[in-house]
Design a protein. Structure first.
Length: 52
C-alpha cells in the first residue's frame, strides 16, 4: 500500500511558492513601471479627456 499524502503536499507547497513568486514579481514590476505611484491615474484621465 502506498501513501499518496506526501506527493500532494509537496505539489501544493511548490504551487504556492510559484504563485507567491509570480505575485511578488508582478508587484515589484508594477512598482518599477510606476503603476502604483502618485501619477498612476494620469493615463486614465488623459484618455477620458480625449474622449470628451
Amino acid at each position: 500500500m502506498s501513501d499518496y499524502t506526501w506527493p500532494s503536499v509537496y505539489f501544493s507547497y511548490l504551487f504556492f511558492a510559484i504563485s507567491l513568486a509570480a505575485a511578488l514579481f508582478f508587484f515589484f514590476r508594477s512598482l518599477k513601471h510606476g503603476y502604483l505611484g502618485k501619477n498612476s491615474e494620469d493615463v486614465k484621465n488623459r484618455m477620458m479627456e480625449d474622449q470628451s
